[in-house]
Design a protein around this ligand. Structure first.
Ligand code: SF4
Ligand code: SF4
Length: 83
């Protein structure tokens, strides 16, 4: 469930509104910042938290981190072939 937007960090870019598959988020016409307009519809998919460019969104039950991308595409493909 989406928990909070840090209003000090939010720059009102609208990325979270765009990537939300459940249409939960709106950009406030009064503050220009993101709000959870339909919080109860949240799927807890973490898209908004992962894509916010300034880390202003917290989704519970925990903060999800992007998986490390330290290996190369060639290594990744060879791992798949060997499985
Ligand atoms: S966690 Fe997913 S469903 Fe919930 S507000 Fe963020 S993008 Fe929308
Ligand atoms: S993606 Fe982050 S900075 Fe952009 S509007 Fe949403 S909360 Fe604000």
């Amino acid at each position: 469930m989406i928990k909070e937007f840090d209003q000090l960090l939010c720059i009102g870019c609208g990325v979270c509104e765009t990537v939300c598959p459940a249409d939960v988020i709106r950009i406030s016409t009064t503050t220009g910042k993101a709000i959870a307009a339909y919080k109860g519809d949240c799927w807890t998919c973490y898209n908004c938290e992962l894509d916010c460019p300034v880390g202003a969104i917290k989704v519970a039950p925990f903060r999800r981190h992007r998986p490390p991308m330290s290996f190369s595409l060639d290594e990744s493909l060879s791992m798949r072939v060997s499985q």
